[in-house]
Design a protein around this ligand. Structure first.
Ligand code: A2P
Length: 268
């Protein structure tokens, strides 16, 4: 072998693990989920995000991804869009079981139970892949210890994009650890903005015109006992933040818990 054809394997940097992919599922031409091994030392709180990526020549290419599996899970799950010309997702969408991906060593985030003050009803408001951190939180037993009701809202442009959420709720209600509590306390409400659907419209509109609460047969938002977590695009976060603040909610953080918290759904 001549020196020109010798390929030198590039080791991942010290701030990431190289982990094997254990499952991949494609939902639509633009959405897929994948799972990977969980290193023994990898700890996180349900709802947090972490950097995920691939080597790009000699350098890692990493993006933030919410962890969709609960803190007790043996594997780590993620839910991703596929951006045809996205630097990472155009390649990541082709991963197969057994391939190696990169996993950051420092998960973090604000969509965690400790960033909220105690309440009775928990609203988990998501658009698109923003449902991922809530996939983690609804499989976390502590969520049901802290709240009497857990209401996930999932809004997408088209109906096929709702499939992941439907499957998630069904699996959660059948889960040996949280299934019994979830069957009593967990509800999913879906809305769609660009296809016909029983509940049509943006989540902000449905909250403001009261249709969401009519559909749920529940009283409207009240900061006295409701808590809200929001995950979606930057535009959705801004609109929901303004809406929450107009209703008297106060944004929380890890250091200062409040009545609502937000986090971007990451993509690229
Ligand atoms: P719409 O179809 O009216 O734009 P995206 O796929 O762009 O992330 O959008 C996911 C969902 O979020 C869509 O249903 C979209 O509705 C909705 N959305 C987009 N911008 C806003 C906003 N500013 N406030 C509330 N919902 C929004």
């Amino acid at each position: 072998m001549s020196i020109e054809t010798l390929e030198v394997p590039v080791a991942p940097p010290a701030n990431v693990y190289a982990v094997r992919v254990t499952a991949v599922k494609h939902y639509t031409p633009f959405l897929f989920s994948f799972s990977c091994e969980r290193p023994g030392a990898f700890r996180f709180r349900s709802g947090e995000f972490v950097m995920i990526g691939l080597m790009n020549g000699p350098k890692p290419l990493l993006r933030a991804y919410s962890i969709a599996s609960p803190a007790w899970g043996e594997q780590l799950e993620f839910y991703s869009i596929k951006v045809p010309d996205g630097p990472l997702t155009s390649r990541l969408q082709n991963i197969k079981v057994g391939d190696e991906i990169l996993l950051g060593k420092k998960p973090t985030g604000t969509l965690v139970l400790d960033a909220l003050t105690p309440g009775k009803r928990l609203f988990l408001v998501s658009t698109g892949t923003g449902i991922a951190p809530f996939a983690s939180l609804i499989r976390e037993p502590e969520t049901y210890e802290r709240y009497d009701e857990v209401i996930v809202t999932h809004t997408c442009r088209t109906t096929p994009e709702l499939e992941y959420g439907y499957e998630l709720i069904e699996q959660t209600k059948a889960d040996p650890l949280v299934g019994e509590e979830a069957a009593k306390k967990l509800r999913l409400v879906t809305s769609v903005t660009r296809d016909p659907h029983p509940l049509q419209g943006r989540i902000t509109t449905l909250i403001e015109n009261g249709e969401l609460f009519k559909h749920l047969d529940e009283p409207p938002l009240d900061p006295a006992h409701d808590r809200v977590m929001i995950c979606g695009s930057a535009a959705v976060l801004q609109a929901m933040k303004e809406l929450c603040e107009a209703h008297g909610f106060v944004e929380g953080s890890n250091s200062e818990p409040g009545s609502f918290v937000i986090e971007r759904a990451f993509a690229g």
